[in-house]
Design a protein around this ligand. Structure first.
Ligand code: SAM
Length: 245
């Protein structure tokens, strides 16, 4: 069954979400890092670092970073766990190209491999990775359950998934402030600085439509994960969901 988030699409309600998401990220790839750090006032780095702290705890030798984009999480992970072999997967060639340049510049090409591919049909055998990470990716999936099932399939038995995603702050006052920023300020900055103003309207709408904590944990369970839990970040702007195969 399609959930609310899957109906929220960047450009048109009729066409396939995945193709539209791919096009949108290709359009904004050149500005993505700059805008990401600007709009989050740099806090996004600490959210990724909190995910990496949890990931490091299981000492993974092989990590798949799904929806890796321009590779920020993969790069930060490689610096924190230098022995890990990391694979980044994404459907936007534009985002991957930016990521590959960053990886080469930091001499990490031997440790991080970037691959073009769809999270809902991954080009890896079953039971391949010790850990799977995703930062700000699952909200964009065409079919969330299918994507989560694929992550479960490619994880080794006992492996863990770590998912960082925007959530809705629990405090009504802070939720109001956060929503106002997301709805009114962010699209204006996006419009001025990016070639694709619709991308920032989509950002607000896709966060609003994303499943609640309870619903998302339920979808993780349906995808085959157990011991599912979450850790709230910065008053609930984001959360890190953790599950085990
Ligand atoms: C908001 S960006 C996040 C990038 C990166 N993980 C980060 O933390 O900055 C979302 C990424 O998800 C990718 N994506 C969306 N749907 C995907 C899918 N079905 N398969 C693979 N990647 C996907 C997009 O192309 C985009 O690069």
């Amino acid at each position: 069954m399609e959930n609310k988030a899957e109906k929220v699409k960047p450009y048109s309600a009729e066409k396939d979400k995945k193709q539209q998401v791919e096009k949108m990220f290709d359009n904004i790839a050149g500005k993505y890092d700059f805008l990401n750090h600007l709009l989050s006032m740099g806090i996004d780095k600490s959210w990724r670092m909190n995910l990496i702290d949890l990931l490091s705890g299981i000492h993974p030798a092989s990590i798949l970073d799904v929806a890796t984009g321009t590779g920020d999480l993969a790069i930060q992970t490689s610096k924190a766990i230098p022995d890990a072999k990391i694979t980044g997967l994404d459907i936007s060639r534009g985002m991957l190209e930016v990521g590959e340049r960053k990886i080469a510049k930091q001499n990490l090409s031997g440790k991080i491999k970037m691959i073009y591919g769809d999270s809902e049909e991954m080009p890896f055998p079953d039971n391949t990775f010790d850990a799977v990470s995703v930062a700000f990716g699952v909200r964009n999936f065409g079919n969330l359950l299918k994507g989560l099932k694929e992550m479960n399939r490619v994880l080794k038995q006992g492996g863990k998934v770590f998912i960082l995603e925007f959530s809705k702050p629990k405090s009504p006052l802070f939720r109001f402030v956060f929503n106002s920023y997301f709805k009114y300020v962010l699209p204006v900055i996006g419009k001025i600085t990016s070639k694709d103003p619709k991308a920032y309207k989509y950002l607000f709408e896709s966060v609003q439509a994303f499943p609640s904590y309870e619903d998302f944990l339920g979808i993780m369970k349906e995808a085959g994960f157990k011991s599912n839990n979450y850790k709230i970040q910065t008053l609930g702007i984001c959360s890190i969901y953790i599950g085990e195969k």
